[in-house]
Ligand binder design. Sequence first.
Ligand SMILES: Cc1cc2nc3c(=O)[nH]c(=O)nc-3n(C[C@H](O)[C@H](O)[C@H](O)COP(=O)(O)OP(=O)(O)OC[C@H]3O[C@@H](n4cnc5c(N)ncnc54)[C@H](O)[C@@H]3O)c2cc1C
Length: 490
Amino acid sequence: MPPSSSSPASVSASASGAAPVIVWFRDDLRLADHPALSHAVASSGAPVLCLFVHDPRTAPSGAAQWWLHGGLCALRDDLSRMGATLHVVRGDATVLVPRLAQQAHAAQVVWNRRYDPQGRETDTTIKAALKQDGVAARSFAASVMHEPWTVRTRAGDAFRVYTAWWRAARAMGDPPPPLPAPGQIAGAGTPDGWRAECVGIDALGLLPVAPDWAAGLRATWHPGEAAARARLHEFVHDDMAGYATARDRPDLPATSLLSPALHFGHVSPRQVWHAAVCDGDGAAGTEDHAKFLAELGWRDFAVSLLYEQPELVRSNFRTEFDAMPWRDDARDLRAWQQGRTGYPIVDAGMRQLWQTGWMHNRVRMIVASFLTKHLLMDWRVGEGWFRDTLVDADIASNVVNWQWVAGCGVDAAPYFRVFNPVLQGKKFDPDGTYVRRWVPELAHLPASRIHCPWTCGPAEAPRGYPAPIVGLDEGRARALSAWRGLSGAT
Ligand SMILES: Cc1cc2nc3c(=O)[nH]c(=O)nc-3n(C[C@H](O)[C@H](O)[C@H](O)COP(=O)(O)OP(=O)(O)OC[C@H]3O[C@@H](n4cnc5c(N)ncnc54)[C@H](O)[C@@H]3O)c2cc1C
């Protein structure tokens, strides 16, 4: 259904007399701490046209599409309560945004900035087109705590080492406090020219049908600003204590689970920061608190690395890895994707990902190490699978973390540090609770065997669970030999 213009609280553009301001929503699906929206609402009574463009070139894929559907529905409802309509259109934003601005006789188009290579290119093109048409365009900082160009070395260069970047970012003080949500929005009626372009959210086809594989996502997540704010509140009050040590334990509910909400902008990093600093009961200044803020910092650092070197999306930062003899083995790749490698912690992680669209950070590192080292497969293959299956799939965090684990990235873990999935399992899932949850074939095994089921006697041996697809020593030796063959490997 095209959006209705008859919302009782809406003020039509012609009724108010002022030219409307278009707020273009993208990865900022919220009302609070939304500088572009706040600016539009404060623009001397001009009616506000809220716009979302579903552009296939920048649209998410797989599980993240499911999230986007829920996030858009929540935003539409939240805006409607404030008196505004979310207008959804589909197509090339570089064509649509200037055209819609003209049709609406808009005075301004405002948005919050994106920093990824494709988003920046699109925004630059649109800004130029609007300027040519005599429509003002203004952008704001909203999705990071520190914009990439603001944290610099003394010489004015970009940082390449996270600890140094983080020290410099901390020295800049707390990020600015978040803005409140506007009280009421003077929404504009749908301009005539827009009616033919606007579609309902369902028409975007973001939900999976035949097969509907999203049952696990529905059971796990609630997209939208209200749910994100509730989870943030719960985390800082109830769960942040113990974060510094428990965050590495996939068997414990110890992390914030805010990554998809941060990715889609239901909550801003500034809101998370200030909630952690001001609301965390007694946590401020503790190790838990410091560790949590530092993890949030990694998100900004990843954004800034990709901003400085957009080619990292596809290319190794350490170019000696260009000669890595990556294997191309469809059978091993399928076993990894399906959680049937024979290594319980790897398989638990990959099945958690498939069913819920999310995986614990420690386990992301273990499965990424297993793919790029024990299976000697290109990090880009794993990054692509994560991009399709994660609800928090984020180009900067995904690429930077994959390159980090694979040893070819900025400030990366050395390639020769090969995670042993058995030891990692025993250390971070000591009772096997995580494995039991996601790999039911192993649920009957005692903690002493659950991370190495091949050591079971015949009576205990799990049925239907595969033998390891590669030996631990064999995979490690193959990886290290390939790596030693690279010139410049250190
Ligand atoms: C191979 C690999 C791929 C990854 N891909 C993504 C991705 O596509 N999208 C994504 O958001 N995160 C990614 N991460 C980072 C991290 O795993 C998730 O951000 C984290 O697990 C989210 O859970 P949480 O919200 O409970 O985190 P918390 O521990 O509660 O941390 C709070 C927030 O800090 C940020 N954060 C924490 N760790 C990292 C990190 N290592 N890098 C960047 N930001 C971080 C996230 O925004 C997170 O929500 C990846 C990590 C690895 C090892």
